[in-house]
Write a protein that binds this ligand. Structure first.
Ligand SMILES: NC(=O)c1ccc[n+]([C@@H]2O[C@H](COP(=O)([O-])OP(=O)(O)OC[C@H]3O[C@@H](n4cnc5c(N)ncnc54)[C@H](O)[C@@H]3O)[C@@H](O)[C@H]2O)c1
Length: 380
């Protein structure tokens, strides 16, 4: 059993999800490594007691990430901070020779992403990946296997999306995720976009062009101090891409939706692929249900398969039980650990987002901003 000393920079929402996955690492079976959280860095001391109370392995708590990077017991770092800090902190981690799990969008904009990629190129011995957990749901693992087996025939269309609804409430106070200086020009695409790109990009479906329509629906929000603050980020983005399937060289329409204002949708991530031989669709709305249609002539009948806890990385939970969000987070971390130890992913669709995939998403989102601004189709 190989133990890897981890530091967390940014111990908020996602930092705690990682820590929780580590706390129940025994959930995984026959896994030959474990992360051990030895250091926490956050500017907010209110978070410290939760880590202190639950993680006796944490020996260092600091508000200075440079002090953490000087700690020889830290071999890998999870950075989950606002987007404006990605470039500075990701590059510092890589230059310190620590392995990095970063967060989307992996740089606030393309310039920041380019700088991160330059650092990665200069430090080839460091493993760098980005978080994206939804492909680890069992139904999506099955869809990944169908893509690998080329089971769809000629792809007719593919659709992916990530839909949120809480911003429909105009009284929801503003936070950093709605402020351009912290979240970036991409707005909802920066927040949600890498999630919807992960599976299509892993499949090799490279978008050649994009026509994007972006919307700003709520222009100001309560600032939490009794006043109103401008809300300048894009709320919703719909991208129509002309993608190529490398399996047969054919093009097909790929739509990617990232909506913060999708009435009624609470963290709904979905994927749908239509093919001449097989079609499949899954949504986190009904996480157990995988819908599949095989076509060999005759009736066109969609079937529903109830998936269970059939995870990429074996766990103690029996296959008849349900799988949830925190399980997908733990599976994603197992994928990062597996790649760190074995030098390659367990299988194609059980791997974290690579820097190349993140870079492609930046080219796509930058092209999408231009497409919307000029009302034109933009080549990527
Ligand atoms: N994978 C996912 O499903 C998912 C979900 C939500 C957010 N995210 C991503 O995770 C990242 C963080 O988002 P979050 O929701 O956890 O945000 P958050 O606001 O809950 O946490 C961010 C933390 O960073 C800390 N911080 C800010 N500046 C810092 C600095 N200079 N040094 C150390 N700590 C600092 C803050 O105090 C805060 O605790 C973002 O990139 C976001 O896009 C990913």
């Amino acid at each position: 059993m190989k133990t890897i000393g981890f530091g967390i920079i940014g111990g908020g929402l996602m930092g705690r999800e990682f820590a929780s996955a580590v706390a129940r690492w025994a959930h995984l079976l026959d896994f030959d490594g474990r992360p051990q959280i030895v250091a926490l860095c956050d500017k907010n001391p209110a978070l410290y007691p939760w880590y202190k109370d639950n993680f006796p392995s944490v020996e260092q708590i600091t508000d200075d990430y440079k002090a953490m990077l000087a700690n020889p017991k830290v071999h890998a770092v999870y950075v989950a901070v606002p987007h404006n800090l990605h470039e500075e902190i990701y590059c510092a981690v890589i230059r310190a020779g620590k392995h990095l799990m970063g967060e989307k969008p992996f740089g606030i904009d393309k310039k920041a992403n380019d700088a991160i990629n330059q650092c990665i190129a200069e430090h080839p011995n460091v493993l760098v990946r980005s978080s994206s957990e939804f492909p680890f749901f069992p139904a999506m693992q099955r869809i990944g296997e169908m893509i690998e087996a080329n089971a769809f025939g000629r792809i007719i269309e593919a659709h992916g999306g990530f839909l949120h609804c809480s911003d429909l409430d105009p009284n929801k106070p503003i936070n950093w995720k709605r402020m351009i200086q912290f979240n970036g020009e991409y707005g909802c695409m920066g927040d949600l976009g890498l999630h919807v790109c992960h599976v299509p990009f892993r499949a090799g479906w490279t978008p050649k062009t994009v026509r994007a329509v972006l919307s700003k629906i709520v222009s100001e929000r309560p600032d939490g101090k009794g006043g109103m603050a401008p809300c300048l980020t894009w709320d919703n983005a719909t991208l129509l891409c002309d993608a190529i399937n490398p399996a047969d060289g054919n093009g097909f329409p790929l739509t990617l939706r990232t909506h913060r204002i999708a009435p009624g949708q609470k963290n709904t991530w979905y994927s749908e692929i239509w093919g001449t031989k097989k079609s499949a669709r899954w949504s986190s709305l009904n996480p157990k249900i995988l819908e599949v249609m095989d076509y060999t002539g005759g009736d066109q009948t969609w079937q529903q398969v109830q998936t269970g806890y059939e995870s990429a990385f074996k766990s103690i939970t029996g296959p008849n039980f349900e799988f949830g969000f925190s399980d997908s987070i733990q599976q994603m971390w197992a994928a990062f650990m597996y790649e760190l130890i074995h030098g390659k992913p367990l299988k194609k669709f059980a791997g974290c987002v690579t820097p190349q995939e993140a870079a492609l998403s930046h080219r796509l989102f930058t092209a999408a901003l231009k497409s919307h601004k000029e009302s034109t189709t933009v080549t990527i």
